[in-house]
Design a protein around this ligand. Structure first.
Ligand code: FUC
Length: 770
């Protein structure tokens, strides 16, 4: 049990009386807890406001807060398209038709790749250090991240004085705020300074503030960050540090900005931006900033609750819980905490006006981060957003739509230069300069599904929100994604089907003609454009062309091992445990393959997943949780969660994937996609709405016999609250946001009813109206 000093009262925020949650306790326990400071970055606790993030170590005698601002990247505005690459398209296709994969890849690498071949890195920004002299010996240490209010806290005792730290990143005030207090007056003495691991850096100190300027090594971006100290003690500037003496409290505001304005423009003035931000906030008291922050955060966070019960383990230290879950996965509250942590991380890294979370979200401490900490679009970036609609954070989807707007511009140029096609195309990776051309190596970089997959998020957002104005705004981008494939699809000389060539099934098997995944994505995209054009009463001609093409696209096929074929040819290796399971895209996140319309394909897809096995990298495990949920096998999904929630760094586990002590997902190394993807997967066990109806508890695992969820969102514009006991539905309330017709299913019972905007409809566990 964590030893929290009796007189440390953690703020319990106004938990409203949720319909199904009399459990202030289940809310109160939405915390990551530790009894010792972080030794490693993956033990530190993340905070963020969408653009400004930090990792807090909680060391006692020297606090370390490593921070990021999302626009500090290497590189400069750049057009990555390979001019005239399209001239080689026909030859590459022919080589593939002739079975000459090696030659096709060689030609691809020589004439078809991005210029330059690689994209560029996301960068760390800086570090705040705080020295507390005399705090080497301490007791009653506690460290936590409270998901109820997005505040990270540290408390401990030195010589009977209780010291407390709170750190938050405020979206309304655009600052990281550090608040330090001592329980006795004048007992707070510390010195604070900024530093960075960039070679080119400069620190200037004034009476009560310090400014760090950094310049990235390989690029044009500059970052400026200022800390400003407010205290009842005495501030002195000495030896490049701000020293604070005889205080009982101090508040430090940190603002940061760069000269990045957008992917074409780096004329921003970070000094000015930082100054303006601080001028607005520095007159405010900490309490005001904190209250505003909590109100803003809770306006998103409190919309959704999930409760699987609590067997007491929620009071234990988080790293121990992860370890115990590996040995015995019976800690239901850890699963609800995991879902809420996914929502917390989304609110912290994707707010209107900010950039989407990268592979590491907002959080990166390395000049050369794994995989550039960029946006990988052959699974990772999309997975980041799988939970966002269902978990009632629809606004947090906005940064992805802004991103899509950007790449529909750079991708248009790539469509022309590489394929002589209209519309826009994005391959498997994108950086902040919105590179859309194929990178790294033609054997995996030349993958054609990126734009189609991203465009599906526009359609999904519409399906959940029924927001026609949004659909109208984004229809041209959705249409142009389809326009590219309309021009690009190629009649396979061997089979006569329309196929995607050249491409690959993400990262397995090299360059091929006609990977199954591409065709699934393209069909789904075409269908969404056809439906959108009907809803918006526009573009009937174009819609007809797509309707004619759909049946000509190479279909899903069942191969000799009973598997869903990953490729046009029946060449799947049943021994392959590759992390990507791309040909099951149509099971999840797509829906073309399902039990009702295509039971044989569903069976084959399940066979393919059996072959891939139950291990995998973090995101791969998360994808499998979603697959098994769609296969309605909750116990198998739960088994995968057991792997995902086991300790990442225990060598005797001998498998990859898992979770770090701060519950960050381990690829390994840390990648945030698994956090988001598994949060979505847990919800997918409880509710699914991809087949024109809402199905309740479609894949409930035996390990979660009792629970409740509220504020969960279904396609069609519905919000639901429901609970279950002894693994049976007890009650459900449907709130209609758009007045659509509702189809609701539980086990074999399906009901259908008309709804009115804003009205609630209550049913018992047999779906009888109450
Ligand atoms: C894809 C995956 C890797 C990793 C990388 C960032 O290339 O195949 O596993 O997640 O993205």
């Amino acid at each position: 049990m964590i030893n929290i000093p009796k007189n440390v009262k953690f703020l319990i925020v106004g938990v409203c009386s949720y319909l199904f949650f009399n459990t202030a306790q289940s809310q109160e326990q939405l915390k990551l807890y530790y009894e010792s400071p972080a030794e490693k970055w993956t033990e530190a606790l993340p905070i963020g406001n969408g653009s400004l993030g930090a990792m807090i170590y909680g060391n006692v005698s020297q606090e370390h807060i490593q921070f990021n601002e999302e626009t500090l990247w290497a590189g400069k505005p750049h057009d990555y398209a390979h001019k005239g690459a399209y001239k080689y398209l026909g030859e590459i296709r022919q080589l593939l038709t002739d079975g000459k994969q090696r030659e096709a890849q060689d030609l691809g690498n020589k004439e078809f790749m991005s210029v330059p071949l690689k994209q560029i890195h996301y960068q760390p920004f800086g570090d705040v250090y705080i020295d507390f002299p005399g705090h080497e010996k301490y007791s009653e240490y506690a460290r936590e991240l409270d998901l109820n209010n997005a505040v990270s806290k540290v408390s401990y005792k030195v010589n009977d004085v209780i010291y407390k730290r709170e750190v938050l990143s405020s979206y309304p005030d655009q600052v990281i705020t550090i608040n330090l207090t001592a329980s006795e007056s004048k007992a707070l003495n510390f010195s604070i300074w900024l530093d960075a691991i960039h070679e080119e850096k400069q620190v200037t100190t004034s009476a009560n503030s310090q400014t760090l300027e950094v310049h990235v090594k390989d690029g044009v971006l500059r970052g400026v960050s200022t800390i400003k100290v407010k205290t009842d003690g005495k501030i002195e500037s000495k030896n490049g540090k701000l020293s604070i003496a005889n205080a009982s409290r101090a508040t430090i505001y940190l603002a940061a900005a760069t000269n990045y304005k957008n992917f074409k423009d780096v004329s921003g003035n970070p000094q000015e931006l930082v100054k303006e931000t601080l001028e607005k906030v520095e007159t405010k008291k900490y309490k005001k900033v904190k209250d505003t922050h909590i109100k803003d955060y809770q306006s998103l966070f409190n919309r959704f609750q999930i409760d699987f019960g609590d067997n007491g383990k929620s009071k234990e230290v988080t790293n121990k819980r992860i370890f115990d879950f590996w040995k015995n996965p019976s800690d239901p509250q850890l699963l609800s905490l995991y879902v809420q942590y996914g929502r917390y991380l989304m609110i912290a890294s994707s707010r209107p006006g900010t950039k989407p979370p990268t592979l590491q979200g907002l959080w990166n401490d390395k000049l050369r981060p794994p995989w550039f900490s960029s946006y990988t679009t052959n699974i990772n970036l999309e997975m980041n957003y799988w939970q966002v609609e269902i978990a009632n954070l629809s606004e947090c989807h906005e940064p992805l739509f802004d991103f899509i707007k950007d790449i529909s511009i750079t991708g248009k140029n790539v469509a022309k230069e590489h394929y002589d096609a209209n519309g826009w195309i994005v391959h498997h990776n994108v950086d902040i300069w919105r590179g859309a051309a194929p990178v790294n190596n033609a054997n995996h970089g030349l993958w054609l599904g990126g734009s189609g997959w991203l465009a599906s998020h526009i359609w999904e957002h519409y399906l959940f929100t029924q927001d026609e104005a949004f659909l109208r705004e984004y229809y041209p981008i959705l249409k142009d994604a389809a326009l590219f494939y309309k021009d690009f699809l190629y009649k396979d000389p061997k089979t006569g089907y329309l196929i995607s060539s050249p491409s690959n099934s993400p990262e397995i098997g090299g360059m091929v003609a006609g990977p199954t995944m591409d065709h699934q994505i393209i069909r789904a995209l075409f269908k969404s454009v056809i439906e959108a054009s009907t809803i918006l009463n526009t573009d009937q001609e174009f819609s007809k062309k797509l309707q004619v093409m759909i049946p000509k696209i190479a279909p899903n096929k069942i191969g000799k091992h009973g598997q869903l074929q990953e490729w046009l040819e029946d060449k799947d290796d049943p021994e392959s445990h590759h992390r990507h399971v791309s040909h099951l895209w149509a099971v999840y996140p797509g829906s073309e393959i399902n039990y009702e319309e295509t039971p044989e394909l569903m069976k084959a897809a399940k066979q393919s997943l059996e072959f891939r096995g139950d291990n995998g990298t973090g995101w791969s495990l998360a994808w499998k949780v979603n697959f098994w949920s769609r296969f309605k096998d909750g116990n198998r999904a739960y088994k995968l969660l057991g792997v995902l929630l086991s300790p990442a760094e225990i060598p005797e586990r001998k498998i990859s994937g898992g979770s770090y002590p701060n519950l960050f997902d381990a690829h390994p190394p840390f990648q945030i996609d698994g956090n988001f993807g598994a949060a979505a997967g847990i919800i997918e066990m409880l509710i699914q709405s991809h087949l024109g109806k809402i199905e309740l508890l479609p894949a409930l695992p035996d390990a979660l016999p009792k629970g409740a969820i509220s504020g969960v969102v279904a396609r069609g514009g519905f919000e639901l609250d429901f609970k279950w006991e002894n693994s049976l539905l007890q009650e459900v309330i449907v709130t209609s946001k758009k007045g659509s017709k509702c189809k609701l299913q539980y086990k074999d019972k399906l009901i259908e009813f008309d709804t009115k905007v804003g009205k609630k409809y209550t049913f018992d566990g047999m779906l009888n109206a109450k």
